[in-house]
Design a protein around this ligand. Structure first.
Ligand code: ADP
Ligand code: MG
Length: 152
């Protein structure tokens, strides 16, 4: 399967799915999170980071643009490009250097640097449905596919 749809009835479920994804990560994974403001991108990432055992608070990188979490086997780099004016800022901020084979890079608002960013392994699109949310997860690479089939 290359695409997976999951209903997120409430915030708890968003956190749960993030936690689930955290079990199937491996170094070098690039994940784009797309969807309107407030659709749950940061919440899912919070579940994922907590799932890896992080005890502190997981802040939205809206202002800092990047929050980094270090674990024994990998780092999570959590970006939010909402405040970018141009795609070039991805380069001038030095962010390109974070894309390697060891770290997991999660990018909210990847749309803001579309023309510069490489193809992701996974793309997660968030939509509002009634009071909850729904996500559509797509894989674009072999690595992404391996992660996606474990989730389904
Ligand atoms: N599945 C869900 N159903 C209803 N509310 C949710 C769900 N997931 C997250 N939320 C709530 O939506 C709000 C915005 O979430 P956030 O993760 O900050 O969005 P984004 O990062 O996409 O802007 C938060 O108050 C969160 O509690
Ligand atoms: Mg956010």
């Amino acid at each position: 399967m290359k695409e997976l749809k999951i209903s997120l009835f409430n915030e708890k479920k968003t956190l749960e799915v993030g936690n689930n994804i955290s079990k199937y990560l491996f170094g070098g994974l690039l994940i784009f999170l797309k969807g309107e403001l407030g659709s749950g991108k940061t919440t899912l990432t919070r579940g994922l980071i907590k799932g890896l055992g992080y005890k502190g608070s997981v802040k939205s990188p809206t202002y800092s643009l990047l929050e980094q979490y270090k674990f024994r086997k990998l780092n999570i780099n959590h970006f939010d490009l909402y405040r970018f004016n141009t795609a070039d800022e991805w380069i001038t901020s030095g962010f390109q250097e974070y894309l390697n084979n060891v770290d997991v890079n999660i990018i909210e608002w990847s749309e803001m640097a579309n023309e510069i960013l490489p193809i992701p392994d996974l793309e997660i699109k968030f939509s509002y449905v009634n009071d909850g949310r729904v996500i559509n997860i797509k894989s674009f690479t072999e690595k992404g596919y391996k992660c996606l089939i474990k989730l389904s």
